[in-house]
Design a protein around this ligand. Structure first.
Ligand code: PEP
Ligand code: MG
Length: 820
């Protein structure tokens, strides 16, 4: 590194030794140090690595103490060392040996103890990840490497990172197109590099194109194309007048502060200010071994608490807890803390130093995604410090009724410690719409505005507030009348929601008694349960990828069968449409590396991947065919472009049926999500039993716009007339052969699109569980004639905007008024 104050040596056998000259010397930015080697150089015993100006460092650094550490996780440990005496140059300092043998001792010194079969592999890989190595791929790499023994490092532009550390990988700041050197040691070095390279070469971003990083709420559908992302893009942060000195004055009654929408909704209530939680720590420690134990004890406590929270949580909350668990055991934070403790400080001081250093490094990258992960580090810092101070986990904080909590920033652990029954809304001066606390607030259904700016600081406790996280405004002291009107509106909404939810349990018909089936898209057992609660008439799309992602090996046939059966049971006999594995493209699987592809969206994905790995498909087919009662499941094939793909899979189904001894046939449907399949729908209808239109991919491929492209997100609307014409054609072909036609892409979860889809001839919608009650309520107010007219009009438009305008005004006409 540029600071030249430390060097890591890696022996041929994979042992890693870090020498860190002085304490806190990174801050010297290289002053007083001269590096004689560059990163990645092979060095011989006796070669000069770094020379340094001892006087300068003694004056400027906190300490001259120089920790020499054998890195945790490299598979080596110290066997013996020369303690408390002066050592001459060339003399033996310590002996290290492979960890398993360390107990027996007696190995050679560094560099000479190559384990049999150990080897080092190096490969250069270009980062294809749309947003570089941000938090999610970093965590994926760490997780993918868990099954490998040796060390793996990534280097880019002179920066080097331990690939087992999420923090270190994020700090690399590697962007799309950067060339990364992946270096691995040990017997399985090549496979480890394959796993890391697979992730670097894939484009596993959020399919909504949203900036979310680590968490991927399982219950929440990737916002489909045509569904606008719920958070408004960054709007001007503050609208408060400032004094000449730049200090905001107290917002006047009736003033409105502008913020960024992090969780949509409305709230009327009173301001409750949360003070920043700064925990005092003393610097001086009580001895290295005592402090090391303190740190280990506190982390163990937090780990236990987080593990318990993980079991209890689901969806976004669970993924956030998982991210915190990953960070808690991050080797970079651990090593840094131990190095600081070695300088004589307390464990609390060392932990804070380690965390803050990483926070600064992430902030310095100037990347909003990374900066938002800073909150997670801060959260973890305080959880560990609280554990060290013997303070129990934050008790539920009492709130007055209708509390609108205002704070500079809020940490996920602080949010979950608030009394949720009384928490009406959240307003933050700082923060981002995609930070974990924002995602958590959205998952909890609590309206939130972030990045409101310094004006927020001047709002006194108890001030009446109207938080409009639909328009992005926080109204200060809006007057009794306005507050009362908002409260009435909220009551109406919640009464309407309750009524819609109750009515959702009944089958859905239009006002003129045309049956429209409303099913749910499901990605997990929890989603299936939510589907049943929300009145889904079955599952129109089970994305089986969920069972394969975020694991180290493929699930066995028995595991798959058990999970499909659990989901079928949760649906209590309602139809279950199981889509075969749709991997590749934006859903790579580390343990199933696909050949490197220039353009994965146009490469091996969906059914193509399954036909490329027929062994996996056969297993999956057998697992589905075994689900009871026979007849509940139907099979759906993703990414079909040719009729022959269907006949190939049908032949495999027949074989699998014979293998599992099943007599009953199974319905086989296809996703219409490529222009080719829509245009060939008549030929495909002869082979397939039903159609399900995947508007997310159909839009991406029709408009030639990547579904994860942030710049194009606003134009990527499935209501584009080109897409609608393909849907119309598909529906006609289906009708001619009496085949059912459904839409399961994101457009089906967009209530304003329902009249047009129904008008085009779609009689089945498969949507996100939570929108089903709304969707059914809307459909019940429509007639087929209205829908057909809307569809005809839509097909004549020349842009998606024009179609959307028609859809929105029709939906507004038939919806119950919600404002008072
Ligand atoms: C689609 O493409 O519309 C679809 C439903 O499939 P996925 O979003 O899983 O690619
Ligand atoms: Mg798709």
């Amino acid at each position: 590194p540029q600071s030249r104050h430390a060097v890591t040596l890696r022996t041929a056998a994979g042992a890693e030794i870090l020498m860190h000259i002085g304490i806190d010397t990174v801050g010297l930015a290289g002053q007083g140090f001269e590096a004689h080697v560059s990163v990645g150089r092979k060095v011989a015993a006796g070669e000069r690595l770094i020379t340094f100006d001892l006087d300068l460092i003694a004056r400027r650094a906190k300490s001259l103490l120089t920790p020499i550490l054998v890195m945790q996780g490299c598979g080596f440990a110290v066997v013996s060392s020369s303690d408390s005496r002066e050592i001459a140059a060339g003399e033996r300092l310590m002996e290290i040996a492979p960890s398993a043998a360390a107990a027996g001792g007696g190995m050679d010194g560094p560099g000479s103890g190559a384990a049999p079969g150990a080897s080092e592999e190096v490969r250069r890989v270009r980062v294809a990840l749309e947003h570089g190595i941000h938090a999610r791929p970093a965590a994926q790499i760490v997780s993918a490497l868990k099954g490998f023994a040796g060390e793996v490092h990534l280097a880019v532009q002179g920066r080097n990172a331990n690939a087992r550390s999420t923090v270190a990988l994020m700090k690399l700041g590697a962007r799309k197109g950067d060339e990364v050197e992946v270096r691995a040691a040990g017997r399985d070095a090549r496979a480890a590099i394959d796993a890391a390279a697979g992730i670097l070469a894939g484009v596993h971003e959020e399919s909504s194109g949203s900036a979310r990083a680590v968490p991927r709420p399982s219950a929440a559908e990737p916002a489909g194309l045509g569904q606008k992302h719920p958070s408004a893009p960054a709007s001007k942060p503050v609208s408060v007048p400032a004094t000449a000195a730049g200090v905001p004055v107290e917002p006047e009654s009736g003033a409105a502060l502008r913020g960024v929408i992090a969780s949509r909704g409305l709230a009327a209530g009173q301001a409750v200010r949360l003070a920043a939680r700064e925990i005092e720590v003393t610097r001086t420690g009580a001895g290295v071994s005592h402090e090391t134990q303190q740190l280990a004890g506190a982390r163990a406590q937090v780990r236990l608490r987080l593990q318990a929270a993980r079991t209890a949580a689901s969806g976004a909350a669970r993924e956030i807890v998982e991210a915190h668990l990953e960070l808690l055991d991050d080797p970079e934070l651990t090593e840094k803390s131990l190095a600081v403790i070695a300088g004589g400080t307390s464990a609390a001081y060392a932990w804070r130093q380690a965390v803050r250093e990483s926070m600064e490094a992430l902030r310095a990258l100037g990347d909003a995604r990374m900066a938002e992960r800073v909150d997670d580090l801060l959260d973890l810092e305080s959880q560990v410090l609280l554990a060290m101070s013997g303070t129990a986990a934050a008790a539920i904080q009492r709130l007055p009724p209708d509390a609108i909590v205002l704070a500079e920033e809020l940490l996920p652990s602080q949010l979950v410690a608030l009394d949720a029954a009384r928490l009406a809304g959240i307003g933050l001066a700082a923060g981002g719409a995609t930070s974990h606390v924002s995602i958590l607030a959205a998952a909890m259904g609590i309206p939130a505005l972030v990045a409101i700016g310094p004006g927020l600081r001047r709002i006194a406790d108890g001030t009446a507030l109207l938080l409009d996280a639909e328009a992005g405004l926080l109204h200060v002291d809006p007057g009794a009348e306005r507050l009362a009107a908002t409260r009435r509106q909220l009551e109406l909404r919640s009464a309407r929601r309750a009524a819609e939810r109750e009515a959702a349990q009944r089958d859905c018909y239009t006002a003129d008694r045309v049956r429209i089936e409303v099913l749910a898209n499901v990605g997990s057992l929890a989603d299936a349960q939510a589907a049943a609660r929300n009145g889904a008439e079955g599952c129109g799309l089970l994305r089986t990828e969920f069972l394969f992602l975020e694991r180290e090996t493929a699930p066995s046939e028995a595991e798959q069968h058990a999970e499909y059966q659990r989901i079928a049971d949760a649906l209590a006999g309602r139809p279950l449409t199981v889509r075969t594995l749709d991997i590749g493209g934006d859903k790579p699987i580390p343990y199933l590396p696909l050949p490197a592809e220039e353009n994965p969206a146009l490469g091996l994905r969906g059914v193509r991947t399954s036909l490329w790995r027929p062994d996996l498909l056969r297993q999956q087919l057998r697992a589905i065919l075994g689900v009871r009662p026979h007849g509940q499941c139907r099979i759906l094939l993703p990414m079909i472009t040719d009729v022959t793909e269907i006949s190939s899979v049908r032949a495999m189904i027949e074989e699998a049926r014979a293998e599992v001894g099943r007599h009953e046939p199974v319905e086989l449907g296809v996703m219409i999500e490529t222009p080719a399949s829509a245009l060939m729908a008549d030929a495909i209808a002869a082979e397939a039993d039903f159609f399900s239109i995947g508007t997310n991919d159909l839009t991406q491929y029709t408009l030639a716009m990547d579904r994860g492209h942030p710049e194009l997100a606003a134009r990527l609307d499935a209501l584009h007339p080109a897409v609608l014409r393909l849907i119309a054609r598909t529906a006609q072909a289906a009708q001619a052969r009496q085949r059912a036609v459904a839409v399961c892409g994101g457009l089906a979860s967009d209530p304003v699109a329902a009249p047009i889809l129904i008008g085009l001839g779609v009689h089945e919608l498969s949507a996100v569980p939570s929108v089903i009650p709304r969707l059914k309520a809307l459909i019940r107010r429509l007639t087929l004639a209205e829908c057909a007219a809307a569809a005809r009009q839509a097909l004549e438009q020349s842009s998606a905007e024009a179609v959307r305008a028609i859809a929105v005004s029709l939906a507004a006409c038939v919806s119950e008024p919600e404002s008072v």
